[in-house]
Write a protein that binds this ligand. Sequence first.
Ligand code: C2E
Ligand code: CA
Ligand code: CA
Length: 540
Amino acid sequence: MGLFQRYKWIAALVSVSLTAIPLLWLTSWLQTQGEAEVAIAARWSIGLTDFAIGRTVNHLNALAAQNVDTCQASQIQQLRRGVFASGLISELSIVDPAGHTLCTDTGNTFAARDVIASTATSDRTIMLDVVRLLDTNEQLLRVRRLAPNREPMLAALLRPALLLPQVMSDGSAFVGYARMALPDGTPIGTSGTETSLYEEYLVKRIQSALYGAVVTVVMQPSGVIANYDDLRRIGMVVTALVAIVLLLFALIIPWHYRQHSSTPEIERALAAGELIPYYQPIVDIVSGKVLGAEVLVRWKKPDGTIVTPGAFIPLVESSGLILDLTRSLMRQVCNELGPTMQERPDTYVAFNIAPRHLKDAVLLNDVGSIFEGSSIRLSQVVLEVTERYELENLSAARRVIAAVQALGCRVALDDVGTGHSGLSYILKLGIDIIKIDKIFVDAIKTDPQKQAIVKTLVDLASNLNLKIVAEGVEQFEQVTYLRGIGITAAQGYCFAPPLPASMFVQLMQAFDKPAKSSGQNALPAPPNVNGSAAKRTKTA
Ligand code: C2E
Ligand code: CA
Ligand code: CA
């Protein structure tokens, strides 16, 4: 799943591209379907043509069997009867071996005509001529029965339109035409309208094995499959919809996963006690004493891996489990640090609290019920409110802060300088401690503007009687600088990283022998339990 999240855009693009496959498949299916139908139409056309020519040949054979081969009046009578009987033949005639018409069923008078091209069947019994009537310019197919020994022959004229089928879809609409030609390409005629109006054509050409005539069928794809265009449009719309749905899924699933799927995992971890406190010492940089610690949560997985909070705190906060987590950390801290802190009443422990805590009295109740009567005094508890996020309801936050201060706790404003509140949170929330963010500590030597801001904060803290802690101190020269401008408390890798409880306790024992005499501490003296902040004095 993590992999899917990381590559979600690639996954989205791949899945959208995959939707093109059905569209390509549909297009190719329609093409194949169209080709199959035009082939059927062409076979049907050549079949009809062969059938008509075959019937004509039968009529010619019947007349030949009656020895009709002269232009005598009686034989012309027979030709005329033959035309009537066939219902298909336009004209019967006697032609000389060169193909010139000697007489027709209408007698000796007939329209002048040209033979444009001819082809013979392979057994040389039948000749197909393309004949043009000179008076009407009409082009017809002439079927000639080849007689042996250069004798006059019987011939029949056929209108091509009668030979070729109309090319229709579902028998209802013209969707193309059939064209008939001799093998050499000489056109004989066309059924339907030969048109170039159609955008795309499906073309099939078939030659008759019997007589050699060539039929070419041209069809419009949209006519071949009744709803070709509709199908294609539906295919495109469906594909687009599927693509959109896939895209949404590809983007929503990781989001959904973040929102919901991990929650049971965090819930389980919380119940299993895998979310544990680590302690980062906060040091008095003048006396070198350990003032206390900030509690930083760690997820200790069953396999022993330690996960830092950046990876799960946002989820804990958005899932509403943050109240449970803070409660659990406070209880664990009570157990782990209770005796150590009881011996050192001037030390404190700081908890990070989320904006959610500042909405109602839950935090107040939790802090009260967990620390009241415990070995950690309420005066040893500091709650860190971050300036990073905007607080939804400033006056509610102010009320919660005042209430926990009334219990005896102190409140620190965390990450000062990173949020958008400017000085307003410092002034409005009534906090006790300012924690200057690491970015200011880092910029101490390089950025005069940030230097000025830090100095302003030091002045402000001094005027408002607030304590300052510098965060993320990594180098000794930063310590020297901070000390120089009047900052007395700091936290950072320079002193120690966040430590597991046992190590932090050992550190306390090694560094800070039980402070029998208080007042050495660089932090303001904690207020008494019903304490008012006004009584506090700044000692640093
Ligand atoms: P934060 O409250 O600003 O905590 C300070 C962070 O800076 C900690 O990161 C700490 O390990 C790190 N840090 C301390 N000294 C140095 C240093 O010298 N150099 C550098 N580069 N980093 C230093 P961590 O433990 O990963 O915690 C990150 C954030 O997660 C915390 O920032 C805090 O906002 C949040 N967080 C941690 N524990 C809790 C918790 O129990 N509840 C809530 N609501 N948030 C928590
Ligand atoms: Ca903090
Ligand atoms: Ca911080």
